[in-house]
Write a protein that binds this ligand. Structure first.
Ligand code: NI
Length: 132
């Protein structure tokens, strides 16, 4: 499972973009609106680290409550997997609980993702790369 990116929750994505630019991050995608999760997303990269800025644009966004709680914070690592069902079944046995059904992610070329919660380490995301 390679790490794909680190998800970073921010209140104001425009201001966050300019702060990350000041730190030397380059933007590697255009801004994308995920209408299912009601978030705006843009991917940045520096020194091989890929950061996904995520910002809710509506009060009923899936991360609106989380943002209130944690403010501006990294909040998930995303791991590339070959088979979403297989890996989530394996991780379920290790104490990870799926918190949504696998869904296409518009910001990730419509590949399927799912989120799991661990009482020990918080939230993770799995991204299906597909079998070669
Ligand atoms: Ni992510």
């Amino acid at each position: 499972m390679k790490i794909d990116h680190i998800g970073y929750l921010v209140k104001n994505i425009e201001k966050a973009r300019s702060s990350f630019a000041a730190l030397g991050f380059l933007e590697i995608t255009d801004m994308c609106r995920d209408e299912y999760r009601k978030v705006d997303i843009i991917f940045l990269e520096k020194d091989g680290y890929v950061v996904e800025l995520v910002s809710p644009y509506a009060p009923d966004s899936v991360v609106a409550d989380l943002l209130k709680k944690v403010k501006n914070m990294p909040y998930h690592f995303c791991y590339q997997v070959e088979d979403l069902a297989e890996e989530s079944a394996r991780l379920r046995k290790e104490g990870f609980v799926p918190i949504d059904d696998p869904k296409e992610a518009p910001a990730l070329g419509r590949r399927r993702v799912c989120f799991l919660q661990s009482a020990r380490i918080g939230m993770i995301e799995l991204l299906e790369e597909g079998k070669e």
